[in-house]
Design a protein around this ligand. Sequence first.
Ligand code: SF4
Length: 232
Amino acid sequence: MSDYPEDDWLALSGLQHFAFCRRQWALIHIEQQWQDNYLTTAGSLEHERAHDYGESETRGDLLIMRDLRVFSRRLGITGACDVVEFRKSPDGVPLHGRNGTWSPYPVEYKHGRPKQQDADRLQLCAEAMCLEEMLACTIPEGALFYQQTKHRERVCFDSSLRERIVAMTHEMHDLINRGHTPKVRPSKSCRACSLRDVCLPNLVKTQSARQFIEDRLKAESTKRSDENEAAA
Ligand code: SF4
């Protein structure tokens, strides 16, 4: 598979949406719809805090970098790692402006508690795959830190997680190229979905959310004109 040109790179954070629901990802990334709910708002606040701890710092043989921009030409994605811990190690890689070699260990901060779904693990693994490509190294493991439980969950970047990311990014690029939003498939996820009102899983089974909204706006505007005419 050839590399994706930079103009075609997609948001790495979209992998989480895609894993949650392909339609939700398409509504956000293809149709540009977005709505906050408690889960997304709390998530972004926690995220801001993770990105608010300051610049890189060194603690002995540990170098901590925050908000590190990453990309992968092979996957055609780009984003930022909350935290990457680099430990001085003979098996590591050289870093610009630093002595010695360092082994990277990505850490993502999440609100709430560990989830059944793999969305968080997939995002973390995608970050690791970007770092591997940028630094020409292998990263076997990273961690997710959950604010609610104050617990660090170790994530092994095994072949099945990696293969899923390759397949998902390929499918995301295909949907973007075709401008195709998958149809509604109501599931348990819909209850916690930030786009439930836009997607309307119980009402909109055949038309796109964009079409539905345009129709609603048109109907509202016609109603207002009729009322104005009646009042004149
Ligand atoms: S409401 Fe359900 S089907 Fe619609 S985007 Fe959200 S999770 Fe997907």
